[in-house]
Design a binder for this molecule. Structure first.
Ligand SMILES: C[S@@+](CC[C@H](N)C(=O)[O-])C[C@H]1O[C@@H](n2cnc3c(N)ncnc32)[C@H](O)[C@@H]1O
Length: 204
């Protein structure tokens, strides 16, 4: 099954797609899903709206930064992010935001480029992330699942592709709020942290 299909099949109810791009994923959601998309790029927002029109699908697409999601806490039943965490400035802050806007028991669904499980490949990826990614904005040596675990969300399912280059993660926000530490960052603080690299524990 294609990664995108797999991701979207677990999305139900009110769903937010972070970094929706040109809306390539729209046709993979069930018709009952009430979809909201967000993207920092105004051209992507326009393209996603046009794609929704073409498909005859009613969705809300907003222009905005995933580090400061413009939604109240516990707004969505599902948050989807397909190959966008590798492009944000600080993936840890974006994951905190995704969990904040999720309702308890809601699903966080990710597919992304990640650091390889083969150390020679990983060393090259890490060097590229240090030297090239700050200008291209495309990071390849990240490991979002570590941040998800740190924040106390339950991993329902995860799978890595060949050489571990891509990772699929289905996580759930705990039903009991105290299980999930409140990130406690104000929006100003999140914007400041955005410019700092995310801290990753030793996961190699
Ligand atoms: C590789 S594209 C993937 C698009 C879409 N998810 C797909 O699979 O077709 C990454 C998207 O993330 C968006 N993006 C990057 N940084 C973002 C941020 N801080 N907030 C919101 N969107 C962002 C980009 O504008 C781009 O549209």
């Amino acid at each position: 099954m294609r990664a995108r299909t797999r991701l979207c099949q677990h999305a139900s109810g009110d769903v937010l797609e972070i970094g929706i791009g040109s809306g390539e994923g729209l046709e993979h959601y069930a018709s009952e899903v009430r979809l909201t998309g967000i993207d920092v790029d105004p051209q992507a927002v326009e393209a996603a709206r046009l794609e929704a029109q073409r498909l005859g699908r009613s969705i809300v697409v907003v222009e905005g930064d995933a580090h400061v999601l413009p939604f109240p806490a516990e707004t969505f039943d599902g948050v989807v992010c397909f190959r966008a965490l590798c492009e944000v400035a600080n993936e840890a802050i974006v994951i905190e935001e995704a969990l904040r806007v999720l309702r308890r028991g809601g699903s966080l669904l990710l597919v992304d480029h990640v650091a390889s499980s083969w150390w020679p490949v990983r060393i090259v990826q890490q060097a590229m992330d240090r030297m090239v990614a700050p200008s291209t904005g495309e990071f390849r040596a990240r490991r979002p699942i570590q941040h998800i675990r740190r924040l106390g969300a339950e991993i329902v399912e995860s799978q890595r592709s060949w050489a571990g280059l891509t990772e699929y993660v289905w996580a759930r926000k705990p039903q009991t709020a105290p299980d999930l530490p409140d990130p406690g960052h104000s929006s100003t603080e999140r914007m400041r942290l955005k410019s700092e690299p995310a801290e990753v524990e030793d996961w190699l």
